[in-house]
Design a protein around this ligand. Structure first.
Ligand SMILES: *Cc1c(COP(=O)(O)O)cnc(C)c1O
Length: 459
């Protein structure tokens, strides 16, 4: 079976030699995929080779060191092997008695993250999720169920007043889908304004809570973001924790990406206050070099999710004593062994090795900030995390110029970065160092490529 696998060991070098952006057109991709009509059987060796080739030339390469994009990390062998070994054994992690070793492995990895977040692993709750969006949804459902006991059986209509919760205008938009799915409705998410550094404005939050209470609505939760997706801003967590305590509201911190600061002794101080949260979202798949599908939900209380997800069946054997059946504590039922890739990565690198990866990424981003500033670009974000939002005086007169510059860059394929639209109109360029392999040369190459594209806009 091993001979069928991609040569993962050489992929690091292999991806560097490829353009970051796909070179095959959508038409060609479609034709090659549709050549498989699932009628006659196909030799597996040839099939895997063909599909790997298709992916190599038909993918925006998130694992490329010059992908300065959204939070999709490069992967290391430990994570890839973890995913493959999990698939081979295919343990059913949803029930403890079915997979005690897999459950123990996940617990050990989760305990590490809970400790870094300031929770006591012996008395807190931690589960792996498919990603940050699922973890946020566990947070909202858990807070709703805790605050409104009638909600579990009767739903939103059983409540006298409408539940509402708060997050900054830059908070992750998964919260909108979650409000929709829980039945409290998208307008139950009150988007609070931000300060000049794009952090949630706590004064505006207090005013919004007072206004909603006066209007007979029922505030139940505040979501602070530690590392916003667009700008990397870290909301003032201690002040939000104080306000939540005074107002009797649950406090959730969405640290889906920014959580990785907790792994570095140099950066963890920027997330001070996170240890006062009731719950935390933290994606291992944005934080560590592991393949996607590894989010985490952490909560300070023990059995925090039991009320929201308990169920009784006639067909699943009862829990064994001492074991936690995850299908009773999370939205998933049959459940993949998510944690192995994370466990192997933690164990192989050790805490110091992981802190090193985080520190290196932030140092490379700091170099990018310096290079851009020196070349006349304007830095428009203010974050200690590995992200830079920026613009240029020559781009600002027209909204067309940032998208045009990005299209030029995409066509050449020597680097990829994203844009973030600003509320007042127009957009900024946004570069995030997501790969542990991105080095100083990559950053300088990006700065050169940006200068080249800027010059070509002048023509
Ligand atoms: C990415 C992100 C999410 C969603 O996480 P997924 O793993 O993509 O589901 C939630 N919150 C923030 C702040 C994010 O950056």
């Amino acid at each position: 079976m091993a001979s069928l696998a991609l040569d993962c060991a050489s992929w690091d070098d292999g991806v560097r030699a490829l353009p970051v952006t796909p070179s095959l057109s959508d038409d060609v991709i479609d034709r090659r995929v549709r050549a498989y009509d699932f009628q006659a059987p196909v030799d597996l060796h040839a099939l895997v080779a063909d599909v790997a080739d298709l992916l190599a030339h038909g993918t925006l390469h998130a694992t490329h060191p010059r992908y300065f994009g959204l939070f999709n990390p490069s992967v290391r062998a430990a994570g890839v092997i973890g995913d493959a070994v999990a698939a081979v054994f295919n343990p059913q992690v949803g029930a403890f008695w079915h997979a005690p070793a897999a459950n123990a492995i996940e617990r050990a990895a989760l305990d590490f993250f809970a400790s870094r977040a300031g929770f006591d692993p012996r008395s807190s709750t931690a589960i792996f999720t498919t990603g940050g969006s699922e973890a946020n949804s566990v947070a909202v459902l858990t807070a709703l169920t805790r605050r409104f006991p009638a909600f579990a059986d009767g739903g939103a209509r059983a409540l006298d007043r409408r539940p509402v919760f708060y997050a900054s205008e830059d908070a992750h938009d998964s919260l909108m889908k979650i409000a929709h799915a829980t039945g409290i409705g998208r307008s139950a998410v009150r988007r609070v304004g931000v300060d000049a550094r794009r952090r949630l404005d706590v004064g505006a939050l207090a005013a919004a809570i007072a206004r909603d209470r006066a209007a007979d609505e029922e505030p139940f939760l505040v979501v602070g973001t530690a590392g916003t997706t667009g700008y990397g801003a870290i909301d003032p967590l201690p002040a939000i924790a104080d306000l939540c305590a005074a107002e009797g509201l649950a406090f959730h911190v969405d640290a889906a990406w920014g959580g990785y600061a907790l792994l570095s002794d140099r950066l963890r101080g920027f997330l001070r206050g996170i240890e006062r949260a009731d719950s935390i979202t933290w994606d291992a798949h944005k934080t560590l070099p592991v393949p996607m599908g590894a989010g985490m939900f952490l909560a300070r209380a023990s059995r925090a999710t039991a009320e929201a997800f308990h169920v009784s069946t006639s067909y699943v054997p009862d829990a064994v004593s001492g074991g936690v059946d995850l299908y009773q504590h999370s939205p998933q039922w049959s459940r993949r062994f998510i944690g192995l890739k994370v466990f192997l990565t933690l164990a192989e690198l050790g805490a110091a090795g992981i802190a090193d990866l985080v520190d290196r990424q932030t140092a490379v981003a700091a170099l990018l900030r310096d290079e851009l500033a020196r070349a006349g670009w304007t830095i428009r974000s203010d974050t200690p995390l590995a992200l830079v939002c920026f613009s240029h005086p020559e781009l600002e007169p027209s909204r067309e110029r940032v998208p045009r510059l990005l299209r030029g860059l995409e066509a050449r394929g020597d680097a990829w970065l994203s844009e973030v639209r600003v509320p007042a109109g127009g957009s900024l360029l946004r570069a995030c160092v997501t790969s542990h392999k991105t080095n100083e040369d990559d950053v300088r190459a990006l700065a050169r490529a940006l200068d080249r594209e800027l010059a070509s806009l002048r023509r």
